[in-house]
Ligand binder design. Sequence first.
Ligand SMILES: Nc1ncnc2c1ncn2[C@@H]1O[C@H](COP(=O)(O)OP(=O)(O)O)[C@@H](O)[C@H]1O
Ligand SMILES: O=P(O)(O)OC[C@H]1O[C@](O)(COP(=O)(O)O)[C@@H](O)[C@@H]1O
Ligand SMILES: [Mg+2]
Length: 559
Amino acid sequence: MASSHIILPPDDDDEEQRRLEEEEDEDPWARSGPPPAAPEHAVKAALPFSATCVRISRDSYPNLRALRNASSVSLADAAYVKISEGDFGYVLDDVPHLVDHLPDAPTYPNPLQDHPAYSTVKQYFVNEDDTVPQKVVVQKNSRRGVHFRRAGPRQKVYFESDEVKACIVTCGGLCPGLNTVIRELVCGLAHMYNNGYKGFYSSNYLTLTPKSVDDIHKRGGTVLGTSRGGHDTKKIVDNIQDRGINQVYIIGGDGTQKGAYEIFKEIRKRGLKVSVAGIPKTIDNDIAIIDKSFGFDTAVEEAQRAIDSAHVEACSAENGIGLVKLMGRYSGFIAMYATLASRDVDCCLIPESPFYMDGEGGLLQYVERRLKENKHMVIVVAEGAGQDLIAKSLSTSEQQDASGNKLLLDIGLWLTHKIKDHFKSKKMEMTIKYIDPTYMIRAIPSNASDNVYCTLLAHSAIHGAMAGYSFTVGNVNGRHAYIPFYRVTSTRNKVKITDRMWARLLSSTNQPSFLSQKDIDEAKENDRTANKPPLPTGLSHHVANSFDQSASSSSNSQI
Ligand SMILES: Nc1ncnc2c1ncn2[C@@H]1O[C@H](COP(=O)(O)OP(=O)(O)O)[C@@H](O)[C@H]1O
Ligand SMILES: O=P(O)(O)OC[C@H]1O[C@](O)(COP(=O)(O)O)[C@@H](O)[C@@H]1O
Ligand SMILES: [Mg+2]
């Protein structure tokens, strides 16, 4: 396959990079010229097919400035982006590899080839050329578009088994399945572990063995503990270096993956032989690119129990309302899927879809109508919904947690009071029962299907780290892939209220959309821009087009 490859090695000098970014009004390389290309042998070793190393020049990319303007990848980050092109608009958005900065790193045969369980499997090893398309819905003339490197064991590895010294860290909120991922990582490797990012430089760490993690997948939470805040890249990497760790497994959400990316960059800067594997964790399912985060199915399933209880309470009273609050800080996936699964829900409110209380078409009018029609109703609200309404009525200022996430006001409690006040003023009898199962839902062990998913994710992470890659692992269109950090950290996965899934929900609940034409137009525009993937600096026109097309309206999320 004819291909070209662009690899921009990191600049040693951060200050200089920052200065360049500030000064790049006209052209990022106006003063310095393009960054030097990597040595060709480094590029070749990192690529599955024969590659030509392309030195990017201003002349060959006349629209560089436009691309930069459309890009959310900083010039400094562009140094870690590895894009290669193939035939028919094929683009590989590759992940960094140890040989990018350690070109002479030795390889070893994968010990799995002698493993009794695997040696009978035909084609156990993944072909180095295998990649996974970001977009599977295509038309006859579509370009092949963006692809990610397929996850799985490689014939050659960059660590000898007894050389591996791994650590695992879990960060952010809890999520069903964390212990399963930990268990499966430990059972593949011998480890040390840490407690949140702070754990990297606390003295509080334990050694895990397959025996000590044997039954942890049956428990909720994380045996490692978790925390928010406290990320200090230099201290973390000092610690990795001091302890001689060479594989870092980082399980966490969007914040954690940003942290993992910073750790990777510092490791690269120091020239260390360390692989960084991010395993995306979030009950909110808000991580970009991947099909679904682990624990999400379990959360939706557990939410059914709360909705069922709310329904029973509502049905048992005259004009009964059951109100259930579910998690979802910025993205309402749990609320949407729990509503679609239940069929007992009359109204679902999520952060992505603004609503209003009073007047024609407002929530209170709908509640009144539903009670008159049906004598009971169930409302599901994602915790991040209606925050603007509460803030306005209580005139509070926005607060943040230790990681910088928005601290939410209790929409469930606020709605309960508003609905009660409304019916009191109308002298209409009603009962409302507010159920908040949020922490109960995320503290349970994962269900069977999430358990299998967690196991496979852990295995894919180990194979990638052993093969010398640094990445976030995830399911992309049903196939495990190694995704560049910058891709999962630059946007957030959100419910698209202009997609068919939300339309299905509206038709199943019969609730008003609460949207004006202006809101709909704005939502369409937001979807368009929010889903535009970051364009790395210096892409050729047709590569940039492929990035654009991978975010076009007939996205994979439309089922
Ligand atoms: N931009 C960032 N750079 C480095 N570390 C970050 C960044 N954002 C968050 N983190 C760190 O990641 C960890 C988890 O983040 P948090 O937002 O609490 O949870 P989650 O990873 O589940 O989204 C915290 O220790 C936080 O300090
Ligand atoms: O655990 P905390 O700090 O109370 O945070 C609760 C938040 O954690 C979540 O469960 C998940 O958030 P993260 O993915 O950032 O960990 C949110 O749904 C919720 O808003
Ligand atoms: Mg988060």
